[in-house]
Design a protein around this ligand. Structure first.
Ligand code: 6R9
Length: 650
């Protein structure tokens, strides 16, 4: 291998590894050579009430229909809990670490079973039925996990909405999937600050009511004991309800293709999409990737720092690990509270072996100095994972050298909400690492790079990252809008799944993700459509027009840069800038806080009135010497003003 930053598999990684290089190559060849046979064998890693006889039935053509194990019957909660009871009843299933370092709890598989069964019975008692959509708007508390498994147990479809989203954003998601049940907490707690979840829920329910969706029941878990409003007959305390129901609940026999959950995610146009995942194939895929990508062995303590509001939390805090009988850690807090040593202190406290986090956290912690890491032991760590955005080689090397003391492989995992599970990543005992590359595809995954004309790029080169064939964990549809699913993922390149990411393949066949090629930006690992921020801005009465682009940001990966044209007669000043920032936070949530706002009398448009984002991106990057051709603009002079007033001067 020619590239710099190559880190060959170390003998210690290989020693007890589940998969060595030879096995990887053989299994990979089998998985793409005869997918039916391969996935038939591995489908048996989960328990089925009725075994499947059909493995794969999938087409990326026409209407696009994806089915795996379609005649099998199973249940996700049964697989993640019940089937472990005999052997692992007293083993810790979840370690919960609170926001405050003195606050923690552990839950055994037996205890998890009882909590989930009681919660499931509470849902049933309040009228939740198989197929109903249940919105979960929770902080990182154990009850969030119980709620998700309770839904899975009775066949309800959960839609988890990240606790950082605003009442408006929550309402939009409740309305889109016509959800009449909400599970929330009185308040959340992060870095000592309280987050008014119940209050936000009340507001969201009012907004949804205006759109014709009535929320009948709200189940509330008590976290802080803070003061909240209460609607008699609609709102119920979880602890009161759970005390009065049976501690056992038969798992529903679900068809493999019955929906498990909806998760809203941003695209380049319109409102967030309700990405739908189903039961059997999803669980096979996330449990298998969790086991092999993290080389998970019995007894390992595994910690993924994501929030359950994102897909990483679904697949790799809960479903994948618990299907494997793992001990998984759930963290309520943030990386720098009370100090920037917190992550490593948690690692030491719970003897974490496998640690999975996002580049934005790695960059932020690197920025505050090595001493915060070095004062902790971290001897328990064996594997370090990364997810959510490209990890730059500098951050990779720091993670490897300082956090892992060159002992632990850094496993960069590329995947998406839509893919359900990890798609491209090194297996610790099998694949040599290169800092900044997600390396090679998982079993069954055939990445393809295509150019703008639809030509397949063979060997070394760059293009748009697509998948040639279906895998069990992939999304099946966009909830309520299959046409949008076909349009978004399968129409750019006929017969292929298009990821929206650009990618380079090097001479060794390694994949290097270069970032989104559409109008999606990635801010601190949170995926956001620039269109969403734009529509929040234009909803303000002082704004006539807005265009939003990403720009490189040292910690966040990308920052949010907004060009705003004000309404007639409105004066541009710093107070208005603050007002607009607060407005966007209010409309979407804190994750969408604009970093830069530039007031622009005019935006660069083509004669057909299309905003030329390419130019706006360049100016936001402070790279205006390379603007390219501006002669097609309706009014080329706007560009001079934009350059003169740019907000990101170096
Ligand atoms: C799991 C998750 C998906 C988008 C994806 C890509 C970016 C995720 C990455 C990565 C480079 C990695 N992304 N992992 N880019 N290297 N290891 O993050 O899902 O929130 O849907 O975001 O994130 O751009 O398209 P999601």
């Amino acid at each position: 291998m020619s590239d710099a930053h190559v880190h060959p598999v170390q003998p210690a990684w290989k020693k007890n590894a589940l998969i060595d290089n030879e096995t990887y190559l053989k299994w990979y060849a089998d998985s793409v050579g005869d997918p039916d046979k391969f996935w038939d064998e591995h489908g048996k890693r989960i328990d089925w009430f009725k075994p499947y006889t059909k493995v794969k039935n999938a087409s990326f053509e026409g209407d696009v229909s994806i089915k795996w194990y379609e005649d099998g019957l199973t249940n996700v909660a049964y697989n993640c809990i019940d089937r472990h009871l005999e052997r692992r009843g007293d083993q810790t299933a979840i370690i919960w670490e609170g926001d405050d370092p003195s606050d923690d709890k552990t839950v055994t598989y037996k205890e998890l079973y009882e909590h989930v069964c009681r919660f499931a019975n509470v849902l049933k008692k309040h009228g939740v039925k198989k197929g109903d959509r249940v919105t979960i708007y929770m902080p990182m508390v154990l009850e969030a996990a119980y709620a998700m498994f309770a839904c899975a147990r009775i066949g309800a479809v959960h839609s988890v909405v990240f606790g950082g989203f605003s009442p408006d954003a929550l309402a939009g998601r409740i309305t889109d999937c016509k959800s009449n049940f909400v599970i929330t907490a009185d308040e959340g707690l992060r870095a000592g600050k309280r987050i008014p979840l119940k209050d936000n829920t009340d507001k969201a329910i009012e907004i949804a009511a205006k759109d014709g969706i009535k929320v009948d029941k709200v189940i509330v878990t008590r976290r802080t004991g803070g003061k909240i409003d209460w609607v008699e007959g609609r709102d119920f305390w979880l602890h009161e309800e759970a005390a009065s129901v049976e501690p056992a609940c038969e798992p529903e026999h679900m068809r493999a293709e019955d929906p498990l959950f909806i998760l809203y995610t941003s695209g380049s146009t319109g409102k967030p999409k309700g990405v739908l995942h189903t039961t059997g194939g999803y669980l096979v895929y996330v449990s298998m990737t969790h086991q092999y990508v993290f080389d998970y062995h019995d007894g390992d303590i595994y910690w993924c720092t994501a929030d359950v509001g994102w897909v990483t939390g679904h697949s790799y805090i809960l479903y994948g690990p618990l299907a494997n009988g793992a001990t998984t850690l759930m963290f309520e807090g943030v990386p720098n509270y009370p100090t920037p040593s917190r992550m490593w202190e948690v690692v030491d406290k719970h003897k974490v072996n496998i640690f999975y986090t996002a580049p934005t956290a790695i960059r932020a912690l690197r920025g505050v100095g090595d001493e915060w890491v070095e004062k902790t032991s971290r001897k328990s760590l064996r594997i370090l994972g990364s997810v959510g955005e490209p990890i730059n080689p500098e951050a990779w090397e720091w993670y490897f050298n300082v956090v892992g003391e060159q002992r632990c492989p850094v496993i960069d995992t590329w995947w998406q909400t839509e893919t359900g599970g990890i798609m491209i990543a090194p297996l610790p005992g099998a694949i040599d690492l290169k800092a900044g590359s997600a390396t090679l595809p998982f079993f069954g995954i055939i990445p393809e790079l295509l150019d703008g004309d639809g030509n397949i790029i063979e060997g070394e080169g760059s293009g748009n990252l697509c998948m040639r064939q279906a895998w069990p964990g992939m999304t099946r549809t966009v909830f309520g809008d299959h046409e949008r699913y076909v349009q978004t993922y399968f129409s750019t390149y006929k017969g292929k799944y298009f990821s929206g990411d650009g990618c380079r393949r090097d001479a060794d066949g390694y994949y290097w993700i270069t970032g989104r090629v559409d109008d999606v930006i990635n801010v601190s690992g949170h995926r956001m459509g620039t269109a969403e921020v734009e529509s929040a801005l234009v909803a303000h009465d002082k704004v006539a027009e807005a265009a939003v682009v990403g720009y490189p940001h040292d910690i966040k990966g990308q920052g949010i840069y907004c060009y705003v044209t004000l309404a007639e007669g409105v004066a541009a000043n710093d107070d208005l800038r603050k007002e607009l920032i607060a407005h966007v936070r209010h409309e979407i949530g804190a994750i969408a806080t604009p970093d830069k706002i530039q007031f622009a009398p005019g935006l660069p448009k083509t004669r057909s009135a299309k905003i030329m984002r390419r130019i706006l991106r360049k100016i936001a990057e402070d790279e205006f010497s390379a603007l390219g051709d501006t002669s097609t603009l309706a009014d080329p002079s706007v560009v001079d003003d934009l350059i003169a007033n740019r907000q990101n001067k170096r």
